[in-house]
Design a protein around this ligand. Sequence first.
Ligand code: NI
Ligand code: MN
Length: 228
Amino acid sequence: MTIEVRWYGHGTWGITAGEHRIVLDPFFNDNPKSPIKAEQVEADYILVSHGHFDHVADAAAIANRTGATVLAAYEITSWLSEKHHVKNAIGMNLGGGVNLPFGRVKLTLAFHSSTLPDGTPGGNPGGFLLTIGGKKLYFACDTALFGDMRMIGDEQLDLAVLPIGDLFTMGPDDSIAALKLLRPKQVAPAHYNTWPPIEQDAAAWAERVSAETDASPLVLEPGEAVTL
Ligand code: NI
Ligand code: MN
């Protein structure tokens, strides 16, 4: 199965696996880097890592228009169902996974916070480990560096997506340390250059990845995709 992974800026990704379309952390309409708006997004599944606005923003609108199934912490899927009329949702919790027609989705640890935009507690923040057609894709989402990334690395990752923006998540230095634990074949940076407080030099980061780790850096422009 061909897997296409497209970045929409910030923490927003689209994954196409065969005929399945997955959107991760849908933040389109208020995302200054996204080349498209939420109304243009087609999806069968929507993954939401945590409750912050820049991750949950367009989840309900896309789910309600397309009928996509939302996967997130149970607190977030309950909030989407009860307050935003989302019909199809699978509530999860950390360490749990679910087998879907395109592959397996596991909710992994993240060290961050997860209050929803209206102040409702969003449960624990997470990341996602996707197993699609024999490939392993790990989206760390918003998190600090943590030592248990070594165990996620034991899965033999084809692609890791790490935040490098600093301030709200790990920055470039800790992303290099994370790569030594995760040991992916390829790594893409995210959650940077959306706004001035999280500006980073992705080219300099990529040079460090090549010099200091065994991973191949994959710096995408918003709207650009890679095929795995
Ligand atoms: Ni966040
Ligand atoms: Mn964020």
